[in-house]
Design a protein around this ligand. Structure first.
Ligand SMILES: [Zn+2]
Ligand SMILES: [Zn+2]
Ligand SMILES: [Zn+2]
Length: 139
């Protein structure tokens, strides 16, 4: 189990368990957002769906990962940059969906432009997804 994931759990005040370390290690080993199914396939098969679901939920609540919707509306999760703490997420960046490899990436350096809503509309969240071909796929 990686030292990095142990430190991350400690920093975000998530109690260390084997499955949490395993899932976090898997996130750290990938550069793109992961779906529930991909996580399920990658980790020890003795863990059931509910356990994985709860682990992702607690990671999200503690500012470790954020939800990303890909172009089919499938929920994926991506590691947060280190400025997310607890319930206060600051992931106001654009997500990029590659039409060749099908992976979804965080473009942390590309910020979502300020959204001005009509009067009486209240903003509670956004999904800003752009499509194209990622840097690792042949153009
Ligand atoms: Zn976040
Ligand atoms: Zn790609
Ligand atoms: Zn992201």
């Amino acid at each position: 189990m990686g030292k990095v994931s142990e430190n991350l759990l400690a920093e975000h005040q998530v109690r260390k368990t084997k499955i949490r370390l395993e899932i976090l290690d898997f996130f750290l080993s990938k550069k793109y957002a992961l779906s529930h199914g991909e996580i399920e396939e990658a980790i020890d098969p003795s863990y059931d769906r509910v356990t994985i679901y709860r682990t992702l939920k607690s990671f999200e609540e503690q500012g470790l990962i954020h939800k990303v919707l890909d172009e089919s509306g499938t929920a994926k999760y991506a590691l947060c940059a280190d400025h997310c703490v607890g319930h206060k997420h600051h992931d106001s960046h654009v997500h990029f969906s590659c039409t060749k490899c099908g992976h979804t990436f965080c473009l942390e350096e590309v910020l979502i432009p300020e959204i001005k809503l009509p009067i009486n509309y209240q903003l509670t969240g956004y999904n800003f997804l752009v499509q194209g071909i990622c840097k690792d796929c042949p153009k």
